[in-house]
Write a protein that binds this ligand. Structure first.
Ligand code: OGA
Ligand code: NI
Length: 329
């Protein structure tokens, strides 16, 4: 449970631009059926237009999903003192309301874990949680790898593992996050509706693979700056294009801005696998995507440098801006 103190109420952030999409008929979120032969083209279109899509027929066994969901629910229902035994999120561990070290707060508690090291789950019976995490992560990693290979195919670049190999590397800096958004009490909601669960941001990695229970709250920003709600679907996954993929495609794909609005009636549980490259990897446009004398829009940097910059900025900051080349006039 998120413990509410008076100062916390005062510092809470609310959504100022509450207005959902102004369009009468906001566009529907693209759905990609991974079992269809033309899915790679749909993926490319969705990455260009939204930086976001939903996948169905994804091949991740429902049993792994529900098992992890119940383990996570059990973890978050433990007393705060138990959860805190996991250690503070520096950056890995259990966090409550504070997201990152720079003053961002949200109506959320979370566990942030490394994907290639056994998590330190200092709970009474961590073994079944660990097994559930490992099964889930292995299946989601496989699906993410297939999606990145379809991206390479769709972009007509070779070898087709040019993107997927980054997250499949043993040294890959992929991370996993479980977010729990408890129902937001009326006292907070009455001060202002639309309390922020997780403030607007883009994910810095290559892609992120999100699955949530059937509670709404996730919103994405469209190219015109308006926000639309993403109807939850607990049988499917949602893919976000991250900043690194935006850079690797030299801006052809855009990383999607997203946020979570707290829900007053139901708790939301989400699990996100962030596919990251090794720390030493240079993040730069893929040479095979550059035509003629096309120039990179970005200065050169490594994933380590980008990650450090992400960690030292606020959620809503446009981190990529510091790495953009200023067009010569
Ligand atoms: C994130 C995120 C959304 C959610 O953790 O980066 O965007 O639904 N989470 O928890
Ligand atoms: Ni995110």
């Amino acid at each position: 449970m998120v413990i509410l103190s008076k100062p916390a109420i005062e510092q809470f952030s609310y959504i100022r631009n509450k207005q959902p999409a102004t369009a009468l008929f906001p566009p529907l979120i693209p759905i990609v059926d991974l079992s269809k032969p033309d899915s790679k083209h749909q993926i490319i279109k969705a990455c260009e237009e939204f930086g976001f899509f939903k996948v169905i027929n994804h091949g991740v066994p429902m049993e792994f999903i529900s098992r992890l969901e119940s383990e996570a629910t059990e973890f978050f229902s433990l007393p705060l003192s138990e959860k805190e035994k996991t250690g503070q999120p520096k950056p890995y561990g259990y966090g409550n309301k504070r997201i990152g070290p720079n003053g961002d707060v949200g109506w959320v508690e979370y566990l942030l874990l490394m994907t290639n090291q056994d998590p330190n789950l200092a709970t009474e019976n961590p073994e079944s949680f660990r097994v559930a995490l490992n099964n889930y992560m292995a299946a989601v990693k496989k699906m993410a790898c297939e999606i990145l290979e379809m991206v390479a195919d769709g972009l007509k670049i070779q070898p087709r593992n040019v993107l997927s190999k980054l997250m499949m590397d043993e040294q890959s800096d992929s991370v996993f996050r479980l977010n729990h958004y408890p129902p937001c009490p009326d006292v907070l909601q009455s001060l202002n509706d639309n309390v922020i669960g997780f403030g607007e941001h883009t994910d810095p990695q290559i892609i992120s693979v999100l699955r949530s229970n059937n509670t709404s709250g996730l919103q994405i920003s469209l190219r015109d700056g308006s926000w639309i709600s993403v109807p939850p679907d607990h049988h499917s996954f949602f893919i976000n294009v991250g900043d690194s993929l935006q850079v690797m495609t030299n801006g052809r794909f855009k990383s999607v801005k997203h946020r979570v609005v707290a829900n007053s009636a139901k708790s939301r549980l989400s699990m996100i696998y962030f596919c990251g490259p090794p720390l030493s990897e240079k993040i730069a446009p893929l040479p095979s995507l550059m035509r003629g004398d096309q120039q990179s829009l970005y200065k050169e940097f490594t994933w380590f440098e980008y990650k450090r910059s992400a960690y030292t900025s606020r959620l809503a900051d446009n981190r990529l801006m510091h790495f953009e080349k200023i067009a010569a006039s």
